[in-house]
Write a protein that binds this ligand. Structure first.
Ligand code: BG6
Length: 477
């Protein structure tokens, strides 16, 4: 569909950028912070790219003022960040660590002082290690109360200052890595345990949304979902069925549970046959329906294309963590689906398909199925960047990526999607969980590598570009 002309972005559109605590803060054991599962996992041999970890990350904890000043200089309207649960409750519950709350208050106040809307993520994967040790983290229903207590602590403290909240970040991607691929802590590979933990996470998500209504009545909350829309490899009915399977198992399993409070039918029937379905206790689905989101946070990076996968076929494989292009194997579930490269799309060096039309499709599918407002809570391009001798980073490939995806947002709005904001991933360079510091996303280059560095901030070409896009309200796109 080609629209005759573009509508303008709304005047109150949240032009943003994002980060996550573990990926930027550092100060991993300062001011009373307890260890998270990532603090321990990254120290195990062979788990991350060249053993990289977030002990220092990009030292945002000590450079909040400098980083917020850069956001203000850019003209950013919104900044999405996450709170580290073990900074607030060092052992997951019990006594609150005031120094942890004070840090986020300083950040929030600095943002507000510059007219930047804070978007607060409650959970971006850094579970307190204490809860993992005590009862196995997401595998035990006790986490629901502990998570609620932590979230309510933040609601009470920040209700008057923070309007936009994200509950769980990428539950789908994080728990798939944690319990199917074994590539995130606690590094389990067991589908039954995966679906069980994932169900408990849905309950926790719904419980904190329910509590939110009471404590932050004027705020908006929703989960951020890693949405990789499925495409069929061809119009062969077997590929179409593989695509339907993939969309249901890899996307609707989460989205329907969040927004409708139920699991999609064919996937649930299949898991009941294989004995992998989660245990649904009386009251569970009612809770899910009481805790549906106000908006859906969308983390969009790429589409995935699927083809038929016979029984005994391709199994789940880990992602490319080196940046060596063309090294990602096909990944799938035998009898259901497997991925195949899309010949129509270019990819990044990490083999992620670059597909702005896929973003428009993602937004349309979500908006028409769930009828909720959407916020892009992440979108961006991870690439090798080069700091030139004269201190510049010419990331025109990133500008091209962001430009085309913002155009796709505009088209989706023209298609009737209610899009309230766009947070590019990321503001500064960050630690990429499994890819170290070499896979860069930021508008601001941070001079460091896996070994360390000066941590100096350098504005990339994309910083200036995004700045003028924001200043024009999107008119210069
Ligand atoms: C999402 C996460 O998975 O995508 C971010 O929410 C992450 O934390 C981003 O950094 C990009 O992924 P990666 O693997 O390239 O760092």
């Amino acid at each position: 569909m080609h629209h005759p002309k573009f509508n303008d972005f709304p005047a109150d559109f949240l032009w943003g950028a994002a980060s996550a605590a573990y990926q930027v803060e550092g100060a991993w054991n300062e001011d009373g912070k307890g260890p998270s599962v990532w603090d321990l996992f990254t120290k195990l041999p062979g788990k991350t790219f060249e053993g990289s970890n977030g002990d220092v990350a990009v030292d945002h904890y000590h450079r909040v003022e400098e980083d917020v000043a850069l956001m203000a200089e850019m003209g950013l309207k919104a900044y999405r960040f996450s709170v580290s649960w073990p900074r607030i409750f060092p052992s997951g519950r019990g006594e609150v660590n005031e120094a942890g709350l004070a840090f986020y208050e300083r950040l929030i106040d600095a943002l507000l002082a510059h007219g930047i809307e804070p978007v607060l993520t409650l959970y971006h994967w850094d579970l307190p290690q204490a809860l993992q040790d005590e009862y196995g983290g997401w595998e035990d229903r006790r986490i629901i109360d502990d998570f609620e207590h932590y979230c309510v602590t933040l609601y009470q403290r920040f209700a008057g200052k923070v309007k936009y909240w994200v509950s769980l970040n990428e539950q789908n991607y994080n728990l798939t890595n944690a319990y199917q691929l074994g590539t995130h802590p606690p590094a389990v590979q067991d589908r039954k345990r995966f679906f069980a933990a994932n169900h408990i996470a849905f309950l926790a998500n719904a419980r904190v949304i329910k509590a939110f209504r009471q404590h932050v009545p004027n705020g908006l909350i929703g989960p951020s979902f890693a949405y990789s829309p499925a495409y069929p490899a061809s119009c062969a009915p077997s590929d179409m069925l593989a695509f339907e399977n993939a969309e249901e198992f890899t996307n609707l399993w989460w989205l329907d549970a969040y927004c409708f409070g139920r699991y999609p039918q064919a996937a649930l029937a299949y898991l009941r046959e294989t004995g992998e379905a989660p245990e649904i206790l009386p009251g569970d689905l009612e809770l899910l329906r009481e805790g549906t989101p106000d908006y859906i946070g969308v983390n969009y990076y790429y589409t995935l294309t699927f083809t038929d996968n016979p029984l005994g076929g391709q199994t789940m494989q880990r992602i490319n963590t080196t940046g060596q292009k063309g090294t990602t194997p096909s990944s799938g579930v035998p009898g259901l689906y497997k991925t195949t490269p899309n010949p129509h799309l270019e990819t990044s060096n990490w083999d992620w398909a670059i597909d702005p039309t896929g973003m428009r499709i993602a937004l349309r599918r979500l908006s028409s199925r769930y009828g909720l407002p959407l916020m892009i809570t992440e979108n961006g391009l991870g690439e090798f960047d080069k700091l030139t001798a004269d201190g510049r980073v010419q990331d025109d490939y990133r500008i091209a990526y962001l430009h085309s995806h913002l155009k796709a947002c505009q088209e989706a709005m023209q298609d009737g999607v209610e899009l309230i904001g766009y947070c590019a991933w990321s503001f500064t360079d960050i630690l990429s969980w499994l890819n170290g510091y070499q896979k860069r996303y930021g508008f601001v280059y941070v001079e460091r590598d896996e070994q360390g560095g000066s941590l100096r901030r350098i504005k990339k070409e994309s910083f200036h570009w995004y700045s003028q896009v924001i200043a024009s309200g999107g008119k210069t796109l």
